[in-house]
Design a protein around this ligand. Sequence first.
Ligand SMILES: Nc1ncnc2c1ncn2[C@@H]1O[C@H](COP(=O)(O)OP(=O)(O)O)[C@@H](O)[C@H]1O
Ligand SMILES: N[C@@H](CCOP(=O)(O)O)C(=O)O
Length: 323
Amino acid sequence: MAVYTEVPDEDLAAFLAAYDVGEAVSFKGIAEGVENSNYLLVTTTDRFILTLYEKRVERGDLPFFLGLLEHLSARGLTCPQPVKARDGSVLKELCGRPAAMVTFLDGVWVRRPTPEHCAELGHALAALHEAGRGFPLKRPNALSVDGWLALAATARGRSDAVTPGLDALIAQELDHLAPAFAGLDLPSGVIHADLFPNNVFFLGDRLSGLIDFYFACDDAYAYDLAICLNAWCFDPDGGYDPAKGAALLAAYHAARPLSEAEIAAFPTLARGAAIRFLLTRLVDWLDTPPGAMVQKLDPLEYLAKLRFHQQAESVAAYGWTAP
Ligand SMILES: Nc1ncnc2c1ncn2[C@@H]1O[C@H](COP(=O)(O)OP(=O)(O)O)[C@@H](O)[C@H]1O
Ligand SMILES: N[C@@H](CCOP(=O)(O)O)C(=O)O
């Protein structure tokens, strides 16, 4: 479920009066998503997504997220474009929440990605990294090493209830990753940081757009690629699929060549990307009250991915070597 805030008709009409988008024809809550309240709004002129930002999104981050969508759209990336009100602003208030309207993107997300989908993704991710250059606002990654340590502290003493030994494994992994990440000096800029299949739309076999930039931040480009490899290149049974990984890495490298340092760091980045989602899922798993209308995601899926990366000695473990 992702409608935390219900919007009465009269509040919607008052909100829309500030825009040149016509009048509402239909207005429906969207069940998918976890962070914010999203509505599909059809007006007499077009279709839009209306989002009310809920408590996990910092109000102070919204200019970064909305400004980034404008910056990327202006550079040809297909992503939602914030709709300007008549006064030129893109951020308003609705039902006591910060709220914005963005353009609707056609397409569907793929439940079972193939190597061809992964190649499309690799190309689009490199295009996103290139298009993000020159974006003037900065947002440090709150879910990098310091964020992982804070999440681990929140879960400490409770994780073994999810699977025995998890507390110690997390502590050992962070002892390894904290100095390893501190020693990295990789090409960085704006990254999406959550480009899972549900945030990538396809029309047929062609990628048609990217959504959900609410974890976007400044970090290493290759870390974003590692997040994608984790999210796209493992099969539902948990096995790593080298054909998907090779397709993703090759397509990315063809569009934005990876440096030797990025290639050498890839197994470390993949471990970091795995612990990041292991920890956020774990804390959500432990802290979400029974019966809450939020889909809890399995932390152990990411424990299995982490174990795979712990065995990887080089990027060759992912089925790809640089040409
Ligand atoms: N610009 C858009 N165009 C079309 N559908 C969208 C758009 N933005 C969001 N959606 C729909 O809303 C759902 C939830 O959006 P998302 O941004 O992933 O929510 P959350 O940030 O709450 O996880 C998506 O799965 C998609 O179906
Ligand atoms: N991709 C994250 C959860 C965030 O969900 P989204 O709907 O905002 O993409 C995970 O899988 O843990």
